[in-house]
Design a protein around this ligand. Structure first.
Ligand SMILES: C[S@@+](CC[C@H](N)C(=O)[O-])C[C@H]1O[C@@H](n2cnc3c(N)ncnc32)[C@H](O)[C@@H]1O
Length: 320
């Protein structure tokens, strides 16, 4: 199957991270500017490609693309082969970034969630539009599938998962229905979705199984913990001037990013320039429905120059 994923917020993401790379290199007065940008969610390679093009005049800067999905790595490696040694693909989780890519980072991109090919391939078990196994692993080489987890989960724990990751309010009742139908043989994606549609509230425009599937996917892939590790570890590893750009697709994720960035920006070392983040314009949403719920937030590590300018501004303000 061809790997087709339309990159969301491609230009603003690449522009922010490339500006951060240039600021970081300008700070490096020792004249040793070589370094790497990490694309934590390589997918089809769209953001990596945009970055490599935006930084074409800086051949000493490379992009390391990380993904936990071997299919994504293979496809992006083919797509980006023309960039030679400026691009390298690494199999792994971005929660393990410090071990996988030690040292200071000239910039970081994380475009969260699943890629279209993961969603479109019924055998991966992410979607209920076509029937497939209840798998949902981004990395099919390791870890429990959704079915493995459902085999042994307690009702209360599943309810927590549905509440936290699917924003499902009556989560105990929904968890009971999921476990009941699963145990009665609804153990594939389309079958489970069909049973949920028959028993859950159908008054909303969303398919009743949508939030349940989102919650199961986030649980299977430990996405909340992965994001937390990224937000904890990466800011301090940014070179002065560099940017961390994160694109989220649902409110829980966006809240976590907004909160973590705001905490960092309370210190002098970091800043957030666009407080509300950046969303896709009408043309992008018309061309790609996935862009509708995307929000880009960027955290910048301040340079000494930023800090001096900032304290001069504060002094000026105080003297007025
Ligand atoms: C939305 S897609 C990225 C698309 C990419 N930016 C592009 O333009 O083609 C998200 C990708 O991140 C990967 N991914 C999600 N969570 C990950 C994690 N914790 N560590 C590594 N890769 C992850 C998924 O396997 C998927 O391929």
């Amino acid at each position: 199957m061809a790997f087709a994923h339309t990159t969301v917020l491609r230009d603003p993401t690449a522009a922010a991270v490339a500006a951060g790379v240039r600021a970081a290199l300008a700070v490096d007065r020792r004249g040793s500017p070589a370094g790497a940008v990490a694309d934590c969610t390589l997918g089809g390679g769209g953001h990596s490609e945009a970055l490599l093009l935006a930084l074409h005049d800086l051949p000493e800067v490379s992009v390391v693309g990380l993904d936990r999905d071997p299919q994504a790595l293979a496809a992006a490696t083919v797509r980006l082969a023309g960039f030679g040694s400026r691009f390298r693909a690494v199999h792994g989780r971005f929660g393990d970034l410090p071990g996988l890519l030690p040292g200071a980072l000239l910039g970081v991109v994380a475009d969260l969630g699943v890629s279209s090919p993961q969603f479109d391939d019924a055998d991966r078990g992410f979607s209920f539009r076509a029937d497939g196994p209840l798998d949902m692993r981004m990395d099919p080489t390791r870890g429990p599938t959704a079915a493995d987890l459902l085999d042994s989960v307690r009702l209360e724990d599943l309810a927590d998962v549905l509440f936290q990751y699917g924003d499902i309010r009556r989560s105990i009742g929904t968890a009971r229905i999921v476990l009941d139908e699963y145990s009665k043989g609804a153990n594939t994606t389309a079958r489970l979705a069909e049973r949920l549609a028959a028993r859950l509230d159908r008054s909303r425009s969303l398919h009743p199984a949508t939030q349940v599937f989102q919650a199961l996917r986030i649980w299977v892939n430990d996405e909340a913990a992965e994001l937390e590790r990224l937000l904890d570890d990466v800011p301090d590893r940014l070179a002065p001037g560099a940017a961390l750009a994160v694109i989220t697709f649902h409110s829980g994720e966006d809240r976590a990013v907004k909160h973590a960035f705001a905490q960092r920006a309370r210190t002098d070392a970091f800043e957030v320039r666009e407080r509300r983040g950046v969303v896709a314009d009408g043309a992008e949403v018309a061309a790609n429905v996935r862009a509708r719920s995307a929000r880009l937030r960027v955290l910048w590590r301040r340079t000494e120059f930023d800090l001096t300018r900032r304290s001069a501004n504060i002094d000026d303000g105080e003297n007025e």
